[in-house]
Design a protein around this ligand. Structure first.
Ligand code: A3P
Length: 317
């Protein structure tokens, strides 16, 4: 009874929030200063009230479509490398989102929480809304972001594929307008990035800030950096034995996209794993953007990130 009353109160609170049409769900609500589907509002509330972080926890944080799946795979492979051979590895038969579940989906029936330590979790929740339990303990956060141009194209394509059947498709112009107004799950994208960016400057031992483009350009360096940051550095012997390379290969786009689990498997019985793997390239946006879109987003990136020290190298069409 008390639980029902609490749920009713939360539903009423949600309905009182500013609301916009979503990309894949009918409604997004402006909750704690970010745009959120109601299912995640519930998840964030539960997280903030109930989650008990451990010092050894590792959180893979990201804005959607920035390389979350890739970084989850890399982090899982790094910290569990002593338990699994590369030929009989959980990543060969499970999608990274199953192995590294989102904390905001704790209440989902099919979410299996890690039982061994370090526990690895994912999250799209902006930094200020993470539970204090996570931000105040010694757990580590690795954040991946991606240039806003490719992120937009990846999101537009992905959300269109997984949207509710009842929803009409968003044209690229409509989605772009929403994106530029910050209206996208967990957006605005600029405050999402800056929240983690600023924290990574203030607490470099707590938050490691990574860019998808840096991983693509020098994955060997980035994998070693992540391993060191997480407290699982590679020994000289491991490096000599090609352990770093084998992790890179296991987590590569080509390898992961080709696995049966990622071709035909499902997440939560509703999401097809194959949609997490599209092109995996830098710069695909040039095939979609008009000159006016390029101009508008370039200006926005400059304005929104101005003075922060965060920037992206954007090749212009
Ligand atoms: P594209 O749509 O540009 O291809 P997320 O994991 O945050 O949902 O991000 C998805 C993006 O990362 C997609 O980009 C997807 O193809 C790409 N991706 C997924 N796995 C990858 C991997 N192992 N290596 C590189 N990119 C990957």
């Amino acid at each position: 009874m008390a639980e029902e009353r609490q749920m009713k109160k939360e539903d009423e609170l949600t309905l009182s929030l500013p609301r916009e049409r979503g990309w894949r769900v009918p409604d997004l609500y402006l909750f704690q200063q970010f745009w959120c589907p109601s299912i995640f509002i519930k998840g964030v509330n539960i997280l903030q009230k109930q989650f008990e972080a451990k010092d050894s926890d590792i959180i893979v944080a990201s804005f959607p479509k920035s390389g979350t799946t890739w970084l989850k795979a890399i982090a899982f492979a790094i910290v569990n490398r002593q338990y699994f051979s590369i030929h009989n590895h959980p990543l060969l038969t499970s999608n990274p989102h199953q192995l590294v579940p989102f904390v905001e989906l704790m209440h989902f029936p099919d979410t299996h929480f890690p039982t061994t330590e370090p526990r690895l979790f994912g999250t799209h929740i902006p930094f200020p809304s993470l539970s204090e339990s996570i931000t105040e303990c010694d757990s580590k956060i690795i954040y991946i972001c991606r240039n806003p141009f490719d992120t937009f194209i990846s999101a537009w394509d992905y959300f269109d594929k997984i949207k509710d059947h009842s929803l009409s498709a968003l044209t690229m112009d409509e989605a772009f307008e929403m994106y530029c107004n910050g209206i996208i799950e967990f957006g605005p994208w600029w405050s999402h990035m800056l929240g983690y960016w600023n924290e990574s400057i203030v607490r470099p031992n707590k938050v490691l800030f990574l860019k998808y483009e840096d991983l693509k350009e020098n994955v060997n360096f980035c994998v070693k950096r992540v391993a060191e940051f997480l407290g699982f550095p590679f020994t000289q012997e491991e490096e000599g034995n090609g352990v770093v390379e084998s992790i890179i290969k296991l987590c590569s786009f080509e390898k992961m996209k080709g696995l049966e689990v990622n071709k035909s498997g499902m997440l939560f019985k509703v999401l097809e794993n194959k949609h997490f793997f599209r092109k995996g390239e830098i710069g695909d946006w040039v095939n979609y953007f008009s000159p006016s879109m390029t101009e508008k987003l370039s200006k926005m990136v400059e304005e929104k990130l101005s003075g922060s020290g965060l920037s992206f190298e954007i090749m212009h069409s």
